[in-house]
Design a protein around this ligand. Structure first.
Ligand code: IPM
Ligand code: MG
Length: 364
């Protein structure tokens, strides 16, 4: 291996994680074989499988591997098997831990409707056709990480759960800058989503975003309350270009946006640090109900590899090739069950992955 070999950490995780990540690894291997991409892959444990093997959902070894790597590809974590564990060692803690430890504060979740899937969405085709929105979710702050948190027992003997929603001005400005920078490469419109009518923390969010917007007036900034944003996303989603929002609102709205595209199995994501180093993962979870059956849609993970090439490895050319291969595969009518509609060809996880690899390898 030469000095310039790119190191990619592969952390499949739980449930369908290993199945979908295998298909993404086939795509990476194809890039190495057909396009000379010099990469070296190394696997690590995260989530429930990591807990089972080491007693910790984010072993030091995995964290060290991720820190050393140029980029991380992650599958999914969690499942019923680990739901009754103490919250400190649950699989989800592993995921939150790696996001936080690597400083991956900016989570980009593009919701793009592939024209071939217009009929797979539960919304009317004309509402979603041409959809191309990007949710920029703050990922290392807010109520997910705020202190104090926990469950306490009151004097009355009753238990009370509590969490803290907290954002500092610098955290708001930092995610605002990411949203604005990306908007400049797209439609130059940012909608900041908050609950400023009720929560002081997001009143500050709105104030800081507004100040930032005034100093960056080449991008149009609007504000929306999160309840209205949820409604607008299903009523008229094409009104949005870039949405920037808090950790929890972004979690919820991105699931909602995913369904506009036909299936949550289609949405990739990039989680970036200050220097553009990133972790890439599908936005869907570990889907324990279909794990091990070979029917999960690998496209969100494959598209996450495209985002990795674009944002961390500076290979827009290869990112576009992967996205084209996915479009070509959909053009051939291949569909995993989640995006299947009448007259299409139903395929499993591996067949879908193989078809994308074939399309990629045979591109002119
Ligand atoms: C996501 C997931 C995670 C989150 C879970 C698995 C911890 O829902 O990436 O959207 O809430 O961030
Ligand atoms: Mg989520």
């Amino acid at each position: 291996m030469s000095m310039t070999t790119i190191k990619i950490a592969i952390v499949p995780g739980d449930g369908i994680g290993p199945e979908i990540v295998s298909e993404a690894v086939k795509v990476l291997s194809c890039l190495r074989r057909e396009f000379g991409l010099e990469i070296e892959l190394e696997e690590g444990l995260i989530g429930g499988v990591a807990y089972d093997e080491t007693g910790c959902p984010l072993p030091d070894k995995t964290l060290a591997l991720a820190r050393e790597a140029d980029a991380v590809l992650l599958g999914a974590v969690g499942g019923p098997k680990w739901e009754s564990l103490d919250i400190q060692v649950r699989p989800e803690k592993g995921l939150l831990g790696i996001r936080s430890a690597l400083g991956l504060f900016a989570n980009l979740r593009p919701a793009i409707l592939y024209p071939q899937l217009a009929d797979a969405s539960t919304l009317k085709a004309d509402v979603v056709s041409g959809l191309d929105i990007l949710i920029v979710r703050e990922l290392t702050g807010g109520i997910y990480f705020g202190q104090p948190r926990g469950v306490r027992t009151l004097e009355t003997g009753e238990r009370q759960g509590f969490n803290t929603l907290v954002y500092s001005e610098s955290e708001i400005r930092r995610i605002g800058k990411v949203a604005f920078d990306i908007a400049r490469k797209r439609g130059r419109r940012v909608c900041s989503v908050d609950k400023a009518n009720v929560l002081e923390c997001t009143e500050l969010w709105r104030e800081v975003m507004s100040e930032f917007g005034m100093r960056n007036s080449d991008v149009e900034l609007t504000h929306m309350y999160v309840d209205n944003a949820a409604m607008q996303l299903v009523r008229a989603p094409k009104q949005f270009d870039v949405i920037v929002t808090t950790n929890m609102f972004g979690d919820i709205l991105s699931d909602c946006a995913a369904m506009l595209t036909g299936s949550i199995g289609m949405l990739p994501s990039a989680s970036l640090d200050q220097n553009g180093k990133g972790m890439y993962e599908p936005i869907h979870g570990s889907a324990p109900d279909i794990a091990g059956q070979g029917v999960a849609n690998p496209l969100a993970t494959i598209l996450s590899v495209a985002m990795m090439l674009r944002y961390s490895l500076d290979r827009e050319d290869l990112a576009s090739r992967i996205e084209k291969a996915v479009r070509d595969t959909l053009d051939q009518g291949l569909r995993t069950p989640d995006i299947y509609t009448e007259k299409m060809t139903k395929v499993g996880t591996a067949q879908m992955g193989d078809a994308v690899v074939f399309a990629l390898a045979n591109q002119t």
